[in-house]
Design a protein around this ligand. Structure first.
Ligand code: NAD
Ligand code: UDP
Length: 319
């Protein structure tokens, strides 16, 4: 008997495409809907001849129906601060309208549902590390609000469909995740530093570099997400790596892994840039038996080939 069919919104993006691989490996037929605003068809090229895989170019800010599904994974949304501020209105729409449309598909087919939420729900956190019970410290009108508030709305809508419509939902609060297939030019810190290091350019550290992030390698993230998908937890669960680095230390790790002689250049800190971020993963650990296995240095080494290739390709296409 064939496995139930899964829908992945945003499946042409970084995390979505890895999720598709994992679902197919577990035997699920997969349908991706994506408007390619920040994702790329090339992230799915290797699935071109896979009979159980289907891609549909759809903007989920309009209602959509991709046929019967048993599981909906809602990952569509720009995710990098550069991307989500380019078109803040589209970001707000995909978090609100897009989320309703994805939830409506789950409601129509009685599908289970998991949404990719974010550590940005905690804003510039005053509690550290961040537990799921923390309500956050978010500027509702600042430059990051188009993303942060959209994701907080996404969580509210998801809980409402669970409570009012009995949709079987899950909410993953994803902390900074990196690895192959990240957009090379989306401005997030790991692709930026890798690109700069591999091209011998200065690494641009914003502010004094003492702000912190905790970086999770993509395979650990996908493992956590699939475990959550199989659980029956409806309240948010943090999925991230709890080892915390200052951004300056992260720059130094990138220089060491790439063997680059690039220098560090300090640039202004963007407004409302969170000063610290580290997940408390006790809940994921207890509930899902999950913890990340790959440290930053190993993850950067595993990503090196991808970023090297991307650096070379982009150099030859637009110097
Ligand atoms: P990404 O930009 O690589 O992928 C997002 C995908 O969504 C892209 O393929 C894009 O084309 C698609 N998309 C955006 N708007 C759409 C729309 N209106 N209709 C259809 N498709 C649309 O980003 P990512 O890093 O893979 O992030 C995926 C999800 O995980 C996002 O929801 C993001 O908020 C969440 N997340 C990611 C991280 C991380 O560190 N990577 C951290 C927290 C949360
Ligand atoms: N950052 C940096 N240099 C860069 C890109 C980002 O110093 O070239 C910093 C940024 O200011 C933030 C951290 O790295 O403090 C993580 O930024 P990213 O855009 O990856 O994601 P965020 O966690 O802020 O959403």
């Amino acid at each position: 008997m064939s496995k139930p069919r899964a829908l992945v919104t945003g499946g042409a993006g970084f995390l979505g495409s890895h999720l598709c691989d994992a679902l197919l490996a577990e035997g699920y037929p997969v349908v991706v809907v994506d408007n390619l605003v920040t994702g790329r068809q090339s992230n799915l090229d290797h699935l071109r001849h896979e009979a159980r895989f289907e891609f549909r170019k759809i903007d989920i800010n309009e209602p959509f129906d991709c046929g019967e599904v048993d599981y909906g994974f809602h990952f569509a949304s720009p995710a990098s601060p550069v991307d989500y501020t380019v078109d803040g209105i589209a970001t707000l729409k995909v978090g609100s309208l897009g989320t309703f449309h994805a939830l409506d598909v789950a409601l129509k087919y009685g599908a289970k549902y998991l949404v990719a939420s974010t550590s940005e729900c905690y804003g510039d956190p005053l509690e550290h590390p961040q537990k799921e019970t923390y309500w956050g410290n978010v500027n509702p009108i600042g430059p990051r609000s188009v993303y942060d508030e959209a994701k907080r709305f996404t969580e509210a809508a998801t809980m409402a469909y669970y409570l009012y419509h009995k949709v079987d939902t899950r909410i993953a609060r994803i902390f900074n995740t990196y690895g192959p297939r990240m957009q090379f030019n989306d401005g997030r810190v790991i692709p930026n530093f890798m690109k700069q290091a591999l091209r011998g350019e200065d690494l641009t550290v914003y502010g004094d570099g003492r702000q912190t992030r905790s970086f999770c390698y993509v395979s650990d993230q996908i493992d956590g997400l699939l475990r959550l998908a199989k659980s029956s937890e409806h309240l948010p669960v943090n999925i991230g790596n709890p080892t915390e680095f200052s951004i300056l230390e992260c720059a130094k790790r990138v220089l060491a892994v790439t063997g680059s002689k690039s220098q560090i250049r300090y640039e202004p800190l963007p407004q409302d840039d969170p000063k610290q971020r580290r997940p408390d993963i006790a809940k994921a650990n207890t509930l899902l038996g999950w913890e990340p296995k790959i440290d930053l240095e190993t993850g950067l080494r595993l990503s090196l080939d991808y970023f090297r290739k991307a650096a070379l390709e982009r150099k030859t296409t637009r110097a």
